[in-house]
Design a protein around this ligand. Structure first.
Ligand SMILES: CC(=O)SCCNC(=O)CCNC(=O)[C@H](O)C(C)(C)COP(=O)(O)OP(=O)(O)OC[C@H]1O[C@@H](n2cnc3c(N)ncnc32)[C@H](O)[C@@H]1OP(=O)(O)O
Length: 410
């Protein structure tokens, strides 16, 4: 099969929709089609054509993402799809390789994505950089610990989720730099986030929201749906599906959770996207009732190791020579000396030096946001240590508190 790879244009949009819908086996509702156009950088999206037919595509949405130390530009890779008639013939491999080369030429140092399946992207140098927790909490098991914070100056207000958008934006922006993995939301991103007002989401109703505030202004919000239900004996058995909950301080955070856990007629609270170090773990007197499930979230790719490593800050001083293995982006495959204190970092070629650590580029991507200690990766045999103590030193320097977490699929 001979493939022609080229950027997508507006004219390719109907063909792109067909490819995406066929690959995912899922229709894109008309309003979502329009919104999606606003989210992606069309000129950086890539299509694979078999003759005239679009058979594969990968799109990019650029944004700033918080990494340890502050915000950096990241290429968000999204809507990767190959037509079922053309799967497992190397279309994705061609697209990924071309895309990474183009990103480097565009000066991008870092790419990130959410994977539909965890097995897909490691071969292209992406590493699992953050995790999600899903909770399924029976409200009867949701009592808080006795010292849970309470602030009498806080008030709770029921709001319309569309009308309260500017409040959400203000609160969200105030916490944006608090955690690696969070990314700045454009107006189009907020449009999309608040767009699913349909009441047919698995029988749940439309979006609802509450805000907590004091005399100074808003301090948090929760956005959710409620699926009302009763048992055969008419006992209330509703389910609250939490979409997002942000609290700017412990008391606001605790009040929001107390609210969603105490809604009348609700017997369960479910949510699929919470951080792996969610403070709720420490608020519940019986955290077993979280019924937590764990899965991969962001996958990070260092497109350009030399530029990416100094863009973040480090938790401890480090001076190591890292031999990076990278068959997809050969410009990364060499020895690099990373030297950093807690304020600044340098990364320079060091081909004449002895390597202290040898690792695949995916491991650096996984550790980049600070949530992947290297000892376990070393124990799995994926990282090799050639100077005693070098892995521990690199791991301590790259670790970051709080844990990375993104929270919103892009
Ligand atoms: C960021 C995102 O958008 S995530 C969304 C990804 N898209 C989807 O899940 C939609 C449905 N699936 C698809 O469109 C396609 O099957 C894709 C994009 C996952 C794979 O595209 P293909 O063109 O079939 O991949 P390609 O043929 O290049 O495969 C490259 C390698 O990856 C492997 N691979 C591809 N898909 C998968 C998978 N889902 N699970 C495990 N391995 C996979 C192939 O076996 C192949 O391995 P090899 O090099 O050892 O032979």
């Amino acid at each position: 099969m001979s493939l022609n790879l080229r950027p997508l244009t507006e004219n390719d949009y109907p063909a792109w929709i067909r490819t995406d819908e066929e690959a995912f086996g899922n229709p894109i509702p008309p309003h979502r089609r329009e919104l999606f156009k606003e989210l992606i950088d069309f000129d950086r999206s890539l299509g694979a054509f078999d003759g005239e037919e679009l058979v594969g595509a990968t799109c990019i949405c650029g944004f700033t993402m918080t990494v340890p130390g502050g915000p950096v530009l990241v290429a968000g890779i999204t809507a990767v799809a190959v037509l079922p008639s053309h799967r497992r013939r190397g279309v994705l491999s061609g697209l990924m390789t071309r895309q990474l080369g183009a990103l480097r030429e565009q000066g991008e140092a870092i790419a990130a994505l959410y994977a539909s399946e965890a097995a897909i992207y490691g071969r292209f140098g992406y590493g699992r950089a953050s995790d999600n927790l899903a909770f399924d909490i029976p409200t009867h098991g949701s009592a808080f610990v006795r010292h849970a914070p309470v602030d009498p100056s806080l008030r709770l207000r029921v709001v319309d989720p569309v009308a309260a958008r500017s409040v959400f934006e203000k609160v969200f922006e105030a916490q944006l730099d608090s955690r690696p993995g969070l990314y700045a939301r454009t107006p189009a991103r907020w449009d999309t986030f608040l767009s699913d007002q349909e009441s047919d989401q698995g029988g749940a109703g439309p979006l609802r929201a509450v805000v907590v505030e004091d005399d100074e202004g808003p301090r948090g919000y929760a956005i959710f749906r409620i699926k009302l239900a009763f048992t055969t004996h008419d006992v209330p058995d509703g389910e609250l599906r939490l979409k997002e909950l942000v609290g700017l301080d412990p008391a606001a955070y605790a009040l929001l959770w107390r609210h969603v856990l105490d809604r009348d007629l609700v017997s369960r609270v479910r949510t699929a996207q919470r951080p792996p170090d969610d403070p709720l773990i420490h608020l519940l007197a019986e955290p077993r009732h979280l019924n937590a499930a764990w899965m991969d979230e962001l996958w990070v790719r260092l497109v350009d190791v030399e530029r990416a490593l100094p863009l973040r800050r480090y938790s401890a001083p480090v001076d190591v020579v890292i031999e990076v293995e990278d068959t997809v982006c050969p410009w990364n495959a060499r020895r690099w000396r990373l030297s950093a204190d807690t304020r600044q970092a340098r990364c320079v070629p060091a081909d004449d030096a002895e390597a202290d650590v040898v690792l695949p580029v995916s491991v650096l991507g996984a550790a980049y946001l600070g949530g992947r200690p290297l000892a376990a990766v070393q124990a799995a045999g994926v990282v090799r240590e050639l100077r005693e103590g070098a892995v521990r030193q690199l791991s301590a320097a790259m670790s970051w508190d709080p844990a990375p977490w993104c929270g919103l699929i892009f």
